[in-house]
Design a protein around this ligand. Sequence first.
Ligand code: HEC
Length: 162
Amino acid sequence: MGCHGSDGMGHSQGDIPVIAGQKTDALVAALRRYASGQRAGAVMQVAAAGLSEAEMQKAADYFSALPGLADIALPRTHPLVIKGKPHTQLPACASCHAPGKAAPLIEDQRANYLAARLRHWQGEKTVIDAHKPQNTMAVITRRIPNDEIDPLAGALANPPGP
Ligand code: HEC
């Protein structure tokens, strides 16, 4: 509550993601990965490590039910979102982050958080194996040119821009 706010909107701070309205499964998965150390993030690792499985589920249910992120089509204002880059095997973001699909909601998220999350995946030192489904984003982000991350994050974000 202190950081994300009881409304899950993150007090409009750029580096704190909006968790209100995020899919329950995405929130639980993130908490599990923080708790196990698979996902780095000093503050969240400490916060998640103290939660039981039932508490994670309860917190995720609570924030997921609040008005915030919505399961709507991504904005079509950046070419990577709708087209990707077929010649470098970078798939369009909208092919997975689309209404009704399982991927977490990223539209109207904070730009700084989106950019930081993408850069973190680019720098992750784990072995990248495209056959492991949990590494999807680590594989994808390595194909995004570094100078396109901020414009891409800005195009997805609300308010737009960094
Ligand atoms: C093949 C399907 C697929 C494609 C294409 C894809 N994503 Fe993802 N994305 C996922 C999945 C699955 C997750 C959740 C896995 C995780 O967090 O480790 C995810 C997670 C994310 C997250 C983290 C959300 C959060 O708050 O935890 C961001 C940001 C993101 N994707 C951005 C993008 C962008 C930008 C693109 C286009 C360049 C893209 N994704 C293309 C499947 C995809």
